[in-house]
Design a protein around this ligand. Structure first.
Ligand code: C5P
Length: 299
């Protein structure tokens, strides 16, 4: 077992686009989304211990079994009959909740870190399957970069990396629980092509995205903006201030904007200083190879 504590980054994601196709018989919704890792990240530190002990520097994050890191650790321990414990500390920067996949990313990184510390030797696919039981966004974090997510969001297919250097994430102080966002989806706003053709459309859109020829689209926007008009105000403001494109991430409340130039992004940040309840993060995309290097993923 490694003697020394070690730290891994836990990156956030945005969704370049997200289409909801309709409800499945298991109660989940059929999705088609393009995920993207971004440079905003938390940090997880792992140290050997006899018990499982979890701590976090943020008050907004539970530190009992409802935390996805603790769930991930317990599931891994049970599945591989691990006797050892671990001391895990989470340094939080990703707004929680916020549509940036923070909790899901933390769960995936916990599985990766503990697989290493406990010397389990589980393949990435095995960890990914445990991840899918924890949450629909978790499997993507075993891939990183730009990737297509289908089914519940757990079927991941890597795509050629799409990169943007001048992103701005804005998270207003409102919360739309994912479950409510799905429940409030108005059938009129769902993408209603059949599953096969939507997959084709999504792949095409991912290709168009790279050539800058498509609008970003998130099927949650209409219903989420209706529940929390403050999020719509964020989007409008970012457009007004010169963003090239703006979209909701996941089911919100975070919105991301793409800028052509750093200068425009900087003037936007300055102009938004008056919005005391909005958290802002100037970030860039993280490619698959950068992601895998940072997490030392080699299988
Ligand atoms: O899988 P996850 O825990 O992230 O999902 C949270 C909630 O969001 C689910 O309980 C479900 O209500 C909804 N959901 C859905 N369809 C998906 C993913 C999530 O309806 N594909």
């Amino acid at each position: 077992m490694p003697e020394k504590p070690f730290t891994l980054p836990s990156f956030a994601k945005i969704n370049w686009f997200l289409r909801v196709l309709g409800k499945r018989t298991d109660g989940f919704h059929e999705l088609c989304t393009v995920f993207q890792t971004i440079s905003l990240c938390d940090e997880l530190t792992f140290a050997p211990a006899n018990e499982l002990v979890f701590s976090c520097d943020s008050e907004n994050v539970p530190n009992d079994e409802t935390n996805l890191v603790v769930r991930a650790a317990q599931m891994l321990r049970e599945k591989y009959s691990v006797k050892a414990g671990a001391r895990i500390h989470l340094a939080k920067k990703i707004p929680a909740p916020g549509g940036l996949g923070g909790g899901s990313s933390n769960a995936a990184v916990a599985l990766i870190g503990l697989n290493k510390m406990w010397q389990i030797g589980a393949a990435r696919a095995e960890l990914q399957a445990i991840g899918a039981e924890i949450g629909s966004d978790v499997p993507f974090f075993f891939c990183g970069g730009t990737a297509l997510g289908t089914g519940r969001g757990t079927e991941i297919e890597s795509l050629n990396d799409y990169s943007e250097n001048f992103l701005l994430i804005v998270t207003p102080a409102v919360n739309v629980p994912t479950r409510d966002a799905f429940a409030q989806l108005n059938a009129d706003h769902l993408t209603n092509e059949n599953a096969k053709s939507i997959l084709k459309i999504c792949r095409n859109e991912a290709a168009l995205l790279r050539s800058g020829q498509t609008e970003l689209k998130n099927d949650f926007e209409a219903s989420v903006f209706a529940i929390e008009p403050e999020i719509a105000r964020v989007k409008n403001k970012l457009f007004e201030l010169g963003a090239r494109t703006v979209s909701l991430s996941g089911s919100g409340a975070s919105v991301f904007a793409v800028f052509e130039k750093n200068e425009t992004r900087q003037t936007t940040l300055k102009a938004l200083e008056v919005e005391k309840n909005w958290r802002m993060f100037a970030v860039a995309t993280v490619s698959r190879s950068q992601y895998r290097d940072a997490l030392k993923l080699n299988n």
